[in-house]
Write a protein that binds this ligand. Structure first.
Ligand code: PAP
Length: 339
C-alpha cells in the first residue's frame, strides 16, 4: 500500500485505481467536513518559500498537513475513534527514519513460523512480493480510509507520543520507536517529496531546510517527536522500545534480537544457531526490498538506505545549524549520532 497524498505537496500514485482514488477522496471529504470547525481554530504556517506550496497546521505541539492522509484531520479521527487492543504492537516513527525497514523486520519476525524467511528456500514470503507498507498498516491511513485491516496486531503510526490515541497508552500496548539522525531525515524527506509531488517545480533544499530546522515538517518537529518517545522509553521501558536506524545499520543482529524479544517473539537458541536471525536481516535488507519494490509505486521508500548521506548535500552552515539544534534539543538525554 502506497499511502497517497492528494495535495500539491504529495501526489496520488499511479497504481491507485480510479475507483479507489474516488472512494478515498470521498472519505477524505467526510473527514475534512467532520473536523472543519476544529481545524479552523488552529494556527497555520507563516508564508515562506515552501509553504506557498502547502500550509501546515499546528496541533498539540506538532505540524501536520490538512486535506490528505497523515494530516491533522487523520490524527483527530484516530484520537476520537481508534481503540487499541492490549495485544497490539505499534511501530512508531517520524517520517523517513526507517519506518519501512522496521515494518519489514517486525512482520518477518512475528510471522516467521508461517512464512519461512530464507530467500533461497522460500520465494513465497509476502515481503518478496509486496511492500512492507502493505504488511503493516498505519492507523492514520486506516482510520482515514475507514477500512481497518489490522494484521497480526502489528500497526504503525507517525503520530507523536503525546498525541497518540489514549487507548494505546491505557491498554498498555507495546510501542517500538525508531529514530534517525535528523540531517539524514531531512535529505531523505527532500528526495521523497520531490519524487512524489505533482507540482513540476522541485522543492529547493534550502527552502525545506528552512522550515524543517524550525520544526515544520509532516508530523514534526523531528526533535520533539524523538524526545517524546525517548522519555516514554525511560519511563515505561517494558512498553516502549527506542531504536536507532544507525544502530540497526551497524549491528543488525543484536538490534533484531532485541526487537524480537521486545515484541514477544524471541529467537530460540536453535534459531540463533541455524541462521534464522541472519535470514530475516537479509530478507528485510535494503538490497532485497529495493529489488522487490523496484517496479511498484512503493519504490519511493527505497532510495539509498545509508548513514551520513546528508554530508553530500548540506552546506557547512546547514550542518552546523542542524547539529546545534540536535545538541540543544537532546541535551541531557543519551541520544547521539556519529555523523
Ligand atoms: P516513511 O516514513 O515514508 O515510511 P521511512 O521508511 O521511514 O519512510 O524512510 C525511508 C528511508 O529508509 C529511505 O532513506 P534514504 O532516503 O536515506 O535512502 C530509505 O532508503 C530507507 N530504507 C528503506 N528500507 C530500508 C532498509 N531495508 N534498510 C535500510 N534503509 C531502508
Amino acid at each position: 500500500m502506497m499511502y497517497s497524498f492528494p495535495t500539491a505537496f504529495y501526489s496520488p500514485v499511479a497504481t491507485v485505481t480510479k475507483d479507489e482514488e474516488k472512494a478515498r477522496k470521498e472519505k477524505m471529504s467526510i473527514l475534512i467536513e467532520r473536523y472543519k470547525d476544529k481545524v479552523s481554530t488552529l494556527s497555520t504556517t507563516p508564508d515562506n518559500q515552501l509553504c506557498k506550496y502547502e500550509d501546515f497546521w499546528y496541533f498539540h505541539g506538532f505540524w501536520y498537513h490538512s486535506k490528505a492522509d497523515f494530516t491533522v484531520e487523520a490524527v483527530m479521527a484516530v484520537q476520537d475513534d481508534f481503540q487499541a487492543l492490549p495485544t497490539d504492537i505499534f511501530l512508531a516513527s517520524h517520517p523517513k527514519t526507517g519506518t519501512t525497514w522496521l515494518k519489514a523486520l517486525a512482520f518477518a519476525i512475528v510471522n516467521r513460523s508461517k512464512f519461512k524467511t530464507g530467500i533461497a528456500s522460500c520465494q513465497t514470503h509476502p515481503l518478496l512480493t509486496i511492500s512492507p507498507h502493505d504488511c503493516v498498516p498505519f492507523i492514520e491511513t486506516e482510520s482515514f480510509l475507514n477500512n481497518p485491516s489490522y494484521a497480526n496486531g502489528l500497526l504503525a503510526t507517525h503520530i507523536p507520543y503525546t498525541s497518540l490515541p489514549k487507548s494505546i497508552i491505557t491498554s498498555d500496548c507495546r510501542i517500538v520507536y525508531i529514530c534517525r539522525n535528523p540531517k539524514d531525515v531531512l535529505i531523505s524527506l527532500w528526495h521523497f517529496l520531490n519524487k512524489v509531488r505533482d507540482d513540476s517545480s522541485p522543492i529547493k533544499l534550502v527552502d525545506l531546510f528552512e522550515i524543517f530546522s524550525k520544526g515544520i515538517s509532516p508530523c514534526g518537529s523531528i526533535w520533539d517527536h524523538v524526545v517524546g518517545y525517548y522519555k516514554a522509553s525511560l519511563e515505561r521501558p517494558d512498553k516502549v522500545l527506542f531504536l536507532k536506524y544507525e544502530d540497526l545499520k551497524k549491528d543488525p543482529k543484536n538490534v533484531v534480537k532485541k526487537l524480537a524479544e521486545f515484541i514477544g517473539n524471541p529467537f530460540t537458541e536453535e534459531e540463533e544457531s541455524d541462521g534464522s536471525v541472519e535470514k530475516i536481516i537479509e530478507l528485510c535488507g535494503f538490497e532485497t526490498l529495493h529489488k522487490v519494490n523496484k517496479v511498484s509505486s512503493d519504490q519511493v521508500y527505497f532510495r539509498k538506505g545509508v548513514v551520513g548521506d546528508s554530508g553530500s548535500y548540506l552546506t557547512t552552515e546547514m550542518i552546523e545549524t542542524m547539529d546545534k539544534i540536535t545538541k540543544e534539543k537532546f541535551d541531557g538525554l543519551s541520544i547521539s549520532f556519529e555523523a
